[in-house]
Design a protein around this ligand. Structure first.
Ligand code: ZN
Ligand code: ZN
Length: 437
């Protein structure tokens, strides 16, 4: 078993580990007493994919991706599932979000569904580089955490504005521009106060709305990365699917859609195809509290069933298929998997959050990311500027007059030390600390 086998699935790795366990059990079952010699013999056991040949050595090629520890090769793409679940929030699985990193250093967030920012943040990528978001459509399970990226990055040193690409709709009020402009109205208090206290530029959103009817149209072309869109069919006009092309490779992100002619045509010749595969209707009834009529429509009227997912993949034959948009657990995954296998027998990942794929022309390797639950932001190369002078203070004299001076002054000694440490003694904010508020 070679962990670099492009067709390797997690199932194969697990099977390998089980086999190793059986060998161990057999040797010990002979009635021997375990001695150091036995341990040396057994030390060739596979450790999560790598061979450990020295008891004091390391385990290479472990089935784990440790974020921030591997440089991407120039001709490599890394895909990280930061949300693979459903609109209904769950601790273990966020709603749709895939981060795609290209070997030129660019990073693209495809959908940013509810709860997904905690997973993105756990990768500890500087917010400066997490500035490009592509929305497949405007359901909240595909854009609900835009607020956490927007404000979280702003307070964590991001110096630049966010850039959002998304489709138009049948009318103006159903498009991305309308959604993002009104998002900025929704967060107006947040934005106005942070504009004043931090600095305004990171709170801006560059909105790039494109025609949802465009067929394989180029919506992004910078730095050797091309992103295209084509129409998807899902609940109303507007949704799209995307293809990212880089280094002669193509990764397709389907968003939500039923099987459609555009996908068959434009997702052809792909290296990786990410596409929804919903749970079975019975699973929606028994686990998701949906009435039976909604259950089959959720599965199969405005989404893609496992069987239809398989049919799509066996028709376009990608190098690797990724199924997502189902709660992936014991009660569901076998039904979804068996459904897919009715119509597709090619390379497949059953995605869950923090699954990672490294894609080159030679290999596609699936692993799980191991990330901290207590991530901090990491600085990038650019420094966020200080507050912009001249903005109106959003706090009135009436509120300011309620401040308690002695309470403030309790911090003076500690702040003097901070100012000295960072050379801030002469700056206005230190001198005017009391009045500035
Ligand atoms: Zn949707
Ligand atoms: Zn969805």
């Amino acid at each position: 078993m070679n962990v670099l086998d492009p067709k390797l699935s997690r199932r194969t790795v697990i099977a390998g580990l089980v086999t190793t366990g059986l060998v161990l059990g057999y040797v010990l079952g002979e009635g021997k007493t375990l001695s150091m010699n036995d341990i040396r013999i057994l030390s060739e056991a596979k450790a999560a994919g790598g061979t450990v040949t020295d008891p004091a050595g390391t385990a290479p090629d472990r089935y784990t991706y440790y974020p921030g520890t591997e440089e991407l090769a120039k001709d490599e793409i890394r895909v990280i599932a930061c949300g693979t679940g459903m609109p209904s929030a769950r601790h273990g699985q966020a709603a749709t979000c895939f981060l795609i990193e290209t070997g030129n250093g660019d990073k693209f967030i495809f959908d940013i569904g509810t709860g997904s920012m905690a997973n993105i943040a756990a990768l500890m990528i500087p917010y400066q580089y997490l500035d490009k978001v592509f929305l497949s459509h405007l359901h909240t399970d595909h854009m609900g955490d835009i607020d956490a990226l927007w404000a979280g990055g702003w307070t964590s040193g991001r110096p630049n504005a966010l850039r959002v690409w998304g489709p138009s709709g049948a009318e103006e009020s159903m498009g991305t521009k309308y959604a993002m402009e009104n998002f900025l109205r929704f967060v107006n208090w947040d934005r106005t106060t942070r504009n004043y206290k931090i600095t305004p530029v990171p709170g801006n959103i560059e909105i790039n709305e494109f025609d949802y009817k465009g067929e394989n149209q180029v919506i992004y072309d910078e730095n050797d990365v091309v992103i295209r869109s084509w129409p998807a069919i899902h609940a109303g006009d507007g949704p799209v699917s995307f293809a990212l092309e880089y280094a002669g490779m193509k990764v397709v992100f389907g968003g939500d859609t039923v099987p459609n002619k555009w996908f068959l045509e434009y997702a052809k010749d792909s290296d990786v195809v990410i596409h929804e595969a919903m749970m079975l209707p019975d699973q929606y009834v028994n686990l998701y509290s949906q009435p039976p009529q909604l259950a089959w429509r959720t599965c199969c009227e405005f989404h893609t069933s496992p069987q239809s997912f398989g049919k799509i993949m066996s028709t376009i034959n990608p190098r690797h298929a990724i199924a997502y948009h189902f709660f992936n657990e014991e009660a569901t995954r076998y039904g979804v998997y068996d459904g897919i296998r009715e119509t597709y027998d090619g390379p497949l990942s059953m995605a869950t959050d923090m699954m990672v794929w490294n894609v080159t022309k030679d290999d596609i390797i699936e692993r799980m990311a191991t990330a901290t639950d207590e991530a901090w932001s990491v600085p990038g190369t650019a420094i966020q500027p200080p507050p912009q002078k001249g903005l109106p203070n959003p706090m009135s004299d009436f509120i300011k007059a309620g401040k308690w001076r002695e309470g403030y002054e309790a911090s003076d000694r500690m702040l003097d030390e901070h100012a000295k440490k960072y050379g801030l003694e002469d700056q206005d904010w230190r001198k005017g600390y009391w009045d500035n508020q």
